[in-house]
Design a protein around this ligand. Structure first.
Ligand code: IYR
Length: 223
């Protein structure tokens, strides 16, 4: 007999009322998520980060190749190196590389080339996308839908971190090639995002701009 398929186990069908309650709870909880830029330096235990990364690892991916690698950084010397390299890139970005239109779009967020949170936050998670790999580590097959897959895993990572009670910033210093070397990853992997993780600073403020959310009817069409 073929072992190509196994029965679906672990699926639990809910009543419609349970579904309503479940998703309303999730909507309410996730609507309270905010990207933050002011972190407390309070430590976060590694096992919590590990379990959030395991959540990310359950994401669907092209041909199930799971084309991601996460480098979780708590070492202050490594964080310092990352901050220095990121701020160097950002100085160029804000000082001329970015278009007027881009800088105008960022103006309401109030971001600049100063990135102290890269050292304050207890964890940085560098997410890498693998162009080649396979469903088992060590394989060298072509990966598919790499950006989509790593984007899905990153979304699930943010959701897990938020559910765990942690604040995050999806940080994308551009370009972020420096992460490859600092994190000791092969050149075949592309840095995808740098996730900043920790508790919000007690005096944390968030931009008003980020509170603007599209209504369901503005972002959805039912046909
Ligand atoms: N990488 C820069 C600029 C930046 C770009 C976007 I799009 C943002 O939503 C926020 C910032 C920085 O991190 O400051």
């Amino acid at each position: 007999m073929s072992d190509k398929y196994v029965p679906l186990t672990g699926y639990e069908r809910q009543t419609e009322d349970q579904m309503r309650e479940t998703v309303e709870g999730l909507r309410e909880e996730l609507s309270r998520r905010r990207s933050i830029r002011m972190f407390s330096s309070d430590p976060v235990p590694r096992d919590i980060i590990e379990n959030c990364l395991k959540v990310a690892g359950t994401a669907p991916s092209g041909a199930n190749h799971q084309p991601w690698h996460f480098v979780a950084i708590s070492d202050s010397e490594v964080k310092q190196k990352i901050r220095e390299a990121a701020e160097e890139e950002e100085r160029e970005f804000y000082g001329g590389r970015a278009s007027e239109e881009w800088l105008d779009a960022l103006d309401p967020l109030g971001t600049d080339d100063h990135k102290p949170f890269l050292e304050t936050a207890p964890w940085l998670i560098a997410v890498f996308a693998q162009r080649r790999g396979g469903e088992v580590v060590g394989q060298d097959k072509k990966n598919y839908y790499v950006t989509e897959s790593v984007g899905l895993a990153t979304g699930m990572l943010i959701t897990a971190l938020h559910k765990a009670g942690l604040g995050t910033l999806t940080h994308t210093p551009a370009p972020m090639g420096f992460l490859t070397e600092i994190c000791g990853r092969p050149k075949t992997e592309k840095p995808f995002v740098l996730m900043v993780v920790g508790y919000p600073d007690p005096n944390c403020q968030v931009p008003t701009h980020a509170l603007i959310k599209k209504e369901l009817s503005e972002m959805t069409t039912f046909i």
